[in-house]
Design a protein. Structure first.
Length: 177
């Protein structure tokens, strides 16, 4: 994180410190990030844990322009997943504001794979879709996230956090679960 950045998403429709809405003085808005703009990875937390219950999803802007990440990633664990992982609503201190990442910068979302529910299943894939400005709208094609282990043991207690530029902030919401 750069000095002066808080890791808190910027207001929706804005792209940073000096840029404003497209209709305010002719300044352009920042485009939504797409999976084509990003390098995506997942690591288990802590790295030396035997289980892979807690994952840190990382996206790095591999493009040449700033882009905005909206809300949280739409994540599915396993090829047979029927729904996306629910979000931890209080993991976004500024609801409705996107996280802007410049080229080379990273953003994070934490994923709780297993929350202790009874219906455990094996997941051999993680699929991620980004959201656009409207809730639930996809930005780009689904991307397969490289697996940090061969198989995840998931259950109905899965949760994901909102995007942030502070990895520790995201992890705080799932590490105690």
């Amino acid at each position: 994180m750069k000095p002066g950045e808080t890791g808190v998403p910027k207001p929706e429709g804005t792209s940073g410190e000096s840029e404003g809405k497209g209709d305010s003085g002719g300044k352009a808005t920042t485009a939504a990030c797409t999976t084509e703009d990003l390098a995506v990875s997942a690591v288990k937390e802590p790295a030396d844990s035997k289980e892979a219950r807690h994952l840190l999803l990382t996206v790095q802007n591999a493009g040449d322009k700033k882009c905005d990440l909206y809300r949280y990633p739409l994540v599915r664990l396993g090829a047979d997943a029927r729904t996306t992982v629910p979000v931890i609503k209080d993991s976004d201190p500024d609801a409705g504001r996107p996280v802007t990442i410049a080229p080379g910068e990273e953003a994070y979302a934490a994923l709780l794979v297993s929350g202790g529910a009874r219906d455990e299943y094996e997941a051999k894939s993680i699929t991620l879709v980004l959201q656009r400005g409207k809730s639930g709208s996809g930005a780009g094609k689904p991307v397969d996230v490289p697996m940090p282990v061969d198989t995840l043991y998931a259950d109905d207690g899965q949760l994901v956090t909102y995007w942030t530029t502070a990895s520790g902030y995201a992890l705080d919401f799932i590490m105690s679960k």
